[in-house]
Design a protein around this ligand. Structure first.
Ligand SMILES: Cc1cc2nc3c(=O)[nH]c(=O)nc-3n(C[C@H](O)[C@H](O)[C@H](O)COP(=O)(O)OP(=O)(O)OC[C@H]3O[C@@H](n4cnc5c(N)ncnc54)[C@H](O)[C@@H]3O)c2cc1C
Length: 397
């Protein structure tokens, strides 16, 4: 277990901090500390421009291999980067689905042609991706997808028809990766395909879903014979489940460390507010603030422990507790923020009558225990895969 950074990691830290100091300013000053949970809709164009600035300087996809434009950064360097990014107030990343999910999946499972076609625009910050997994009856039970992929022999393309839901950033995305059924007779995880679809084509309809925050970070997406070329399936038709699952593995990887630094910023805001409005003199609130601080430290050291336990940086079984832990912790942080605000938390009393950042954060944290795997499903995973307990009874799939 290594919980210290080496001299070269610290030199890397200085390099990152200097670059951020020199670049996250001027035209990008307005997006510092923006775009986090509940604030994803703000400064979208500026944040896209910021992605490109990061890309030009080689600060996207730093964990990718050099052959694909990354820096082959070690886990420790990725931690350092995320720490400095959050410390500098780096805005919520709009290219994260491409960088942390689609990119690593293509690097592991894609053909050379697919890598050549898609990786450069993710790395340069030009292409935004979204994730087309969930459907009205296939959320936790992802293997229940009904979206169909039918091969058109004449045109030699796949035609995708069906509905996805909760598709984050679909309205900003150029591409979507979609799990669809290639074999109508097959059930469960058999007979699925993993398709890469261009969102800017006839046959794709995006309908925003208004969230508690009043904004629409996610959408319903309807595919009506949307076209996918034969070159744009990752893995073989019918064997998409393995690819889809591998991608979820990346979702639970090192990017979680960046998220903790975002949490640290939110926590700091709450402490500052408590000092300003006197909430820090309430013993119960002081205790909850202390507990939140302890939780944040536990999260960080546990993640470092898990990541540094593997040379490849792959998560070990202990990593499975992470989603359960952070989502409950962050949901409680949202409640703490409201209690520290006191009665002000319930009112929008000044024009332009918008939610402030802590109010938006609180409302968005209601979803933390749902997306990326609900708490109930995480408990099942821990029981079955980490602890080796008997599998829960499942249906006919
Ligand atoms: C903010 C947000 C962003 C999202 N972004 C995306 C995205 O970009 N792309 C995408 O594809 N999806 C996205 N999702 C969808 C998300 O992945 C699903 O909401 C999640 O997988 C849960 O599925 P569901 O909503 O269908 O709930 P259901 O699966 O219907 O679950 C309902 C309830 O039943 C419980 N339950 C279900 N099965 C079991 C079981 N076997 N044992 C115990 N309890 C069970 C669940 O835990 C839950 O409490 C997003 C969701 C949110 C909230």
């Amino acid at each position: 277990m290594k919980l210290r950074f080496s001299t070269s990691d610290e030199a890397f830290r200085v390099e990152v901090a200097n670059w951020l100091r020199d670049n996250l300013c001027g035209e990008f000053e307005s997006i510092r500390f923006r775009g986090g949970p509940g604030d994803e809709h703000s400064f979208v164009e500026e944040r896209k421009a910021w992605e490109r600035r990061l890309g030009e300087a080689g600060w996207t996809c730093i964990g990718w291999p050099r052959d694909w434009g990354g820096r082959a950064a070690s886990i420790e360097q990725q931690v350092v980067f995320n720490e400095e990014y959050a410390r500098a107030g780096g805005p919520g990343r709009i290219g994260h689905i491409g960088e942390t999910l689609m990119g690593p999946t293509l690097i592991a499972y894609g053909s050379e042609a697919q890598k050549n076609k898609y990786l450069p625009s993710i790395r340069s910050g030009d292409a935004i991706w979204c994730q087309g997994y969930s459907e009205p009856s296939a959320g936790s039970d992802l293997a229940n997808v009904k979206t169909k992929a039918v091969f058109d022999e004449q045109a030699q393309v796949w035609q995708i028809t069906g509905q996805k839901v909760w598709t984050s950033l679909a309205h900003e995305s150029q591409y979507c990766f979609v799990v669809a059924r290639t074999d109508p007779q097959a059930k469960g995880h058999k007979g699925l395909g993993f398709f890469m679809l261009d969102m800017h084509q006839p046959g794709v309809t995006i309908r925003p879903i208004e969230q508690l925050t009043g904004t629409s970070e996610f959408n319903e997406v309807f595919f009506d014979s949307a076209v996918c070329s034969v070159e744009d399936i990752v893995g073989k038709p019918g064997e998409g489940w393995q690819v889809a699952m591998a991608l979820l593995g990346f979702e639970r990887g090192v990017s979680t460390l960046g998220q903790q630094m975002l949490f640290q910023n939110e926590f700091n805001d709450i402490v500052q507010l408590a000092k300003r409005n006197g909430a820090d003199r309430d013993p119960m609130l002081r205790q909850r603030i202390a507990e939140a601080h302890i939780g944040l430290r536990i999260m960080r050291y546990n993640t470092l422990r898990v990541l540094s336990g593997s040379d490849e940086g792959e998560l070990q079984a202990e990593g499975m507790i992470y989603k359960l832990y952070w989502s409950s912790w962050h949901r409680n942080l949202g409640k703490l923020a409201m209690d520290v605000m006191g009665s002000d938390s319930e009112i929008l009393d000044a024009e332009p009558y918008e939610l402030n950042r802590l109010q938006s954060m609180f409302l968005f944290t209601r979803a933390d225990t749902i997306y990326g795997g609900t708490n109930q499903i995480q408990r099942n995973l821990i029981a079955e895969r980490a602890l080796g307990m008997p599998r829960e009874p499942r249906g006919n799939n």
